[in-house]
Design a protein around this ligand. Sequence first.
Ligand code: ZN
Length: 590
Amino acid sequence: MYIPEEKVSEILNTSDIVDVISESVILKKSGRNFFGLCPFHSEKTPSFSVNANKQIFHCFGCSAGGNVFSYVMKYHAITFPEAAKMLARKYNITIETKQINPAKRKQLHLKESLFRLNKTVMAVYFDGLKNSKMGETARIYLERRGISNEVIELFKLGFSPDKWETIVQVLKEQKISKSVCEQSGLILEKKQKNGYYDRFRNRIMFPIFDINMQVAGFGGRVMDDAMPKYMNSPETPVYNKSRILYGLHAAKQFCRQEGFVYIVEGYFDFLSLYQHDIKNTVASLGTALTSDHVRILKGYAARMILVFDSDAAGISAAKRSIKIFMNEGVDTRILVLPQGHDPDSYVVKHGQKAFNELALKAKTIMQFLLQVAIDTHGLSVEGRIRILEDMKQHLILIQDSALRSLYVKELAETLNIDEKAVLEKVRELYLSHPEKKFILMDGKKQDDILESDRREEQIISLMLNYPEIIDEMKNKDVLTYFYSEKLKNLAQKILSVDPDKGAFITNVMAGMENTEDQELIASYAMDDFISEQDIRKTALSIIHRIIRVRKKRENTLTTKIISAEKGCDSDLMDLLKKKQAEIQQLHDQL
Ligand code: ZN
């Protein structure tokens, strides 16, 4: 599909980036920018910023950045035309879609057909529960579990009859193509290849909605002790298990109201809590939580409370999920329910108030892990050593150094061990870690090379924000003194855009071929390091400094190499040459 240029600018002019991003990120105004938790990397304190005047976003953490198009493309993992279409729809701009590529069109059709098919099947299951004679057992079952009619209606619960060809027949009558039926995962081909049969039989059915209220798939539960107890649709073009959470379509507004979300495991946990007016809840459906899940949730709630049963399975499920949440750096609490309870049974027995009160006592991840370690090893001398061994594995994963030292302190106090000894253990493990992704000691980037890069970056920020000084840059020929080739290239591209055409930053961005460059532009455009007076003076002083430093450093380095060569100090020479190569390398990496 081709989007005409005038449509692109119409979308750019009509859309508001704050408005668009607010749909998926909670934004708070702070100074000139809005800030929120970045949807593209894990973080606890907001470094994702949006500037309404410049209509750009930039993350100071992972340096994702760009304009409204880049955001929509990146967030939804879609192409430019798809993003344009999405934004056009939002702002009631019509785009004639003529040249959509055939493969893409086929894919879109398939998805639409699958959603339609799922909706039809949902109605059949729903009717089966409400009206069929066979559905009697299911009705009694749900009643016994205390599920109200209102909840059944709201979440469109259903019943799949104990027959082999109910859905097969429905799909035949509706004349839905064989390939779409097969891809829905709702019917399976017989071994003899002479026909199909229903995947779900004699089960309570739970339609799984995506965030836009479309039926993506189904889950089914048996009503006796048959196995498997739960069965879900397989992955399909519309059902991506690593992105869909049960109930989020209904829970999202409540998550925003409350500021936190409960994450439970099962359908009945979810429905029971919902019925007891605890509506800021989603269910993971037994699939392992992924970082995508957590990132999607971050758009609706700042804190997440994982609710688990107190049995061994619950504890080990909690331990498995923890890593994902730690990596995402999100405020996570763990609520282990009292012995013998799951969320469903607890809220049914004790009610909403008791559940919410219990949740206030949910543990932080470290408190939880420490408790598990104490329960496992005990507090004898050997026990405490083992606890320390366990805990250091978790401590090195904490990226926030202030938080980490807090936990080190807490651990030292609980175990009655010297704090320094605990820290030493963590450090040892860190140093032996194969991928030192996590910086334990806050190392200083002392190299003065990076200092000069900072100035080169400032020049680029100035060019973007104050195009009127661009002529000065050209006069002084400052780009030839840049160390960083990358920044030099970027600056040259900026110079090639005519500032008189207006909307300078967006235009510069439009001229960049790759997203990496776009992101850099967004980040430099966002950099308001300068007060709005004396732009020219500031610019000149930075330009002069860049030129002076470059000349000076080249002189000293060359002098040292020459004198080393004269004195035949080969060690020193190797060292200097190495240093020179390193400097070059540093710049190549940038
Ligand atoms: Zn980020």
